[in-house]
Design a protein around this ligand. Structure first.
Ligand code: DQA
Length: 147
């Protein structure tokens, strides 16, 4: 069984980018954390990052048929992307949205998510450990629903 891990714009800079907000760990560390967590439960992970909205749409579509679920941090596109929301709605897979920072304690434009209403769940504010929590939640959901 397989999970997709998708990360959006500027997350390639994790570790260097605003470390006070996003921590010192890198995107590679995130991918390793998700892969190790998933592997313990017999899942493999395909991990992608892009700064381009359409790439994320393409990978969400690609995941349908290839994966049992998608863990996504859409980054800034969270707050404005109808295209990513429609892609999530279009696939029949559970999708879990992750944010490293607590978006609700930040600027008001980060408080709303275009994507969250069509997701199975959301993990916010636990730093990169949120990706591990999302992975565990996703696997639990897949297994309990017999997907
Ligand atoms: C983020 C929060 C977004 O508001 C921001 O644009 C990001 C990262 C997070 O993981 O905390 O790029 O998604």
């Amino acid at each position: 069984k397989r999970l997709y891990l998708l990360n959006g714009p500027n997350l390639n800079l994790l570790g260097k980018r605003e470390p006070g907000t996003y921590g010192k760990q890198t995107l590679e560390d995130v991918a390793k954390l998700v892969k190790d967590t998933a592997w313990d439960h017999g899942y493999e992970v395909v991990a992608y990052q892009s700064n381009h909205e359409g790439d994320l749409v393409d990978w969400i579509q690609e995941a349908d048929g290839e994966a049992a679920g998608i863990i996504i941090n859409p980054a800034a596109y969270t707050h404005n992307s109808i295209a990513i929301r429609d892609a999530v709605s279009a696939v029949s897979l559970p999708v879990i949205e992750v944010h490293i920072s607590n978006v609700h304690s930040r600027e008001s434009f980060r408080h709303s998510s275009m994507i969250a209403p069509v997701c199975a769940g959301q993990v916010v504010g636990f730093g990169i450990d949120g990706y591990r929590l999302a992975t565990l939640g996703m696997i639990q959901k897949i297994e309990s629903e017999g997907r």
